[in-house]
Design a protein around this ligand. Sequence first.
Ligand SMILES: C[C@H]1O[C@H](OP(=O)(O)OP(=O)(O)OC[C@H]2O[C@@H](n3cnc4c(=O)[nH]c(N)nc43)[C@H](O)[C@@H]2O)[C@@H](O)[C@@H](O)C1=O
Length: 317
Amino acid sequence: MKALITGVAGFVGSHLAEHLLSQGIEVTGTLRGHSSLRHIRHLLPDMRLYECELMDQQAVDQMMTEIRPDLIFHLAAQSFVPVSWDSPAETLTNNIVGQIHLLEAVRKLGLASKVLIACSSEEYGQVEEDEVPVKETNPLRPVSPYAVSKIAQNYLGYQYYKTFGQHIVRTRTFNHTGPRRGEQFVSSNFAKQIAEIEKGLKPPVLYVGNLEAKRDFTDVRDVVRGYRMALDYCEAGELYNIASGQCREIREVIQILLRYSTVEITIEEDKTRLRPSDVKVLVGDYTKFYQQTGWTPEIPFEQTMKDLLNYWRNELA
Ligand SMILES: C[C@H]1O[C@H](OP(=O)(O)OP(=O)(O)OC[C@H]2O[C@@H](n3cnc4c(=O)[nH]c(N)nc43)[C@H](O)[C@@H]2O)[C@@H](O)[C@@H](O)C1=O
């Protein structure tokens, strides 16, 4: 069984590669020329890396001709919401066109690959309090260019399934975190700041943005287990929420991280961290995915936060 992971050098890609390799699957991962190998170096003897610019159709065609994967996990994307306000055109182009090139290669080569498209809870956007936990059928009210790019990825997946019969499964994943999470994302950013304070690298002030937002966090290791199950058991053309079903205010993320630390800190709002529009609440109903695969999240959020803090302590050691 051969799997292709686009964006393997990223946070989720590195965990997914680890998971698939542990199941005896042959893994090839795509990355861009300038990507850091930091998160995947330990996997290199067992995994093949393929430098491929997804914006280049010829390069994608060539790679797919060579690899002919059974499973494709399309993770590569510009995934940080605030960047999408600064660079909306790049976010939309990168996220949409890269995927078109991939699906076009599958079509032209007549491959029977099963494809997972990593969509996002951001697509739901402005959710009303009485709509949570949201089901896949909830209206979409996107409030960022990133959300719009993911809606496009989602519907392109649907369209290639409908038009060409490709085996495409779309997962709408809610917030996920854990060791190796990029430092710009909220839980990782807070954990890194706390680890820096512990080490005396910065004064005991934790800079934060909007602490009133509510999110649904799942451990990345549970998410990648779900991604494999999605291609094994889910129906082509269908869309599935992957979530924990638990709602947490961002304020609570700090409280939990601080439980595992001995430092006394003060919290200060940093206005540059506030967004032009922020999704107020996102909590997912994953009943459909559970019924299809039997998947449920296993790692408690407290454990995820402990592991994330330890990750940063080791990084700074
Ligand atoms: C599902 C979805 O999940 C992620 O998108 P996100 O929810 O925007 O993630 P985040 O970690 O940047 O923010 C979460 C919340 O936390 C608030 N917040 C407060 N204070 C800070 C702060 O200091 N930094 C950040 N980054 N956020 C802060 C911030 O305003 C927001 O309300 C991506 O993986 C995305 O790719 C994706 O698909």
